[in-house]
Design a protein around this ligand. Structure first.
Ligand SMILES: [Zn+2]
Length: 284
């Protein structure tokens, strides 16, 4: 008895062709782009993503804080267009390698399901925080290689150890970018250390080293005392905090790098970036 040969399957292409002669230049569609939102805790990364970015929204909460309270405080019509997907480790000690591996394949699955059939068109896919996601990727794809290297007594690491992890990060981010939605990925920051210990006031975003190249826009968030401008002001009577966003990357437009925006929102970033106002769904 012979087993029937399965029908040949066409692999889905890993490229797409855009024919310039077919573009309707008079009525340009919304062209989504991706934003890395960076900042210390409490500077408004989740607020910027979840409350100002275009709907429909799919938010992958990969990590540390429960963002559900934002859902309760947003307008009803917005909340109806938000889907929140929570990933969390099963114990307070953080991700085990097994859990992290499961969560990575589930994230890929969720990204495919949630963006299928253009249902997130002109909406936003949010990964919050990209830093925790990157930790999970490293735990699964970097740590085992590193352990093997140490056990074998090899000194040289080279880029090979990070190769697979980098491919996974750029693969998933580029996949999402190609689904017709905006991509927002948030990054927490960590104290920078120099040869003499911690460098006062210096913090570095925790991200995969490819991220700054993959995203079109990088926005650095901070809070400031409105009375004295201090970043960590404890003075009596200095009440409230200003939220400030500083542009670190703006596509090819280096003229905008360093620009600061008070209370940055998605629509401000969009109109600066595209030179026109963002209108939901119409693109004109
Ligand atoms: Zn102050």
């Amino acid at each position: 008895m012979t087993t029937p040969t399965p029908p040949p399957t066409t692999p889905s292409p890993t490229y797409a062709v855009l024919d310039g002669s077919t573009l309707d230049v008079a009525h340009p569609p919304i062209l989504p782009f991706s934003i890395s939102v960076e900042g210390l805790e409490g500077t408004g990364k989740t607020y910027f993503s979840l409350l100002t970015c275009p709907t429909p929204i799919v938010m992958i909460n990969f990590g540390d804080r429960d963002p559900r309270h934002y859902l309760y405080s947003m307008p009803n019509d917005r909340r109806a267009k938000v889907r929140l997907i929570n990933f969390h480790s099963r114990n307070p000690g953080g991700w085990t390698r097994q859990e992290a591996a499961e969560s990575l394949s589930q994230l890929t699955q969720a990204a495919q399901l949630e963006t299928a059939d253009g249902r997130l068109n002109c909406g936003t896919f949010i990964i919050d925080s990209g830093s925790t996601w990157w930790q999970a990727v490293q735990e699964v794809h970097v740590a085992p290689l590193e352990e093997k290297r140490i056990a074998s007594g090899e000194k040289q690491t080279g880029g090979l150890i990070y190769g697979r992890a980098n491919l996974i990060v750029s693969g998933i981010l580029n996949y999402i970018k190609n689904q017709g939605c905006f991509l927002v990925i948030t990054h927490t920051k960590r104290q920078r250390w120099g040869s003499d210990g911690p460098v006062p006031g210096a913090f570095d975003p925790q991200y995969n080293s490819r991220v700054p190249y993959i995203v079109e826009v990088r926005l650095d968030l901070r809070t400031e005392c409105p009375s004295c401008g201090g970043r960590d002001c404890q003075a009596k009577g200095h009440v409230g905090r200003k939220h400030i966003g500083r542009i670190l990357k703006f596509g090819n437009n280096t003229g905008m790098v360093g620009m600061e925006i008070e209370n940055p929102t998605f629509s401000v970033i969009y109109s600066l970036y595209r030179g026109q106002e963002f209108r939901d769904g119409t693109g004109s």
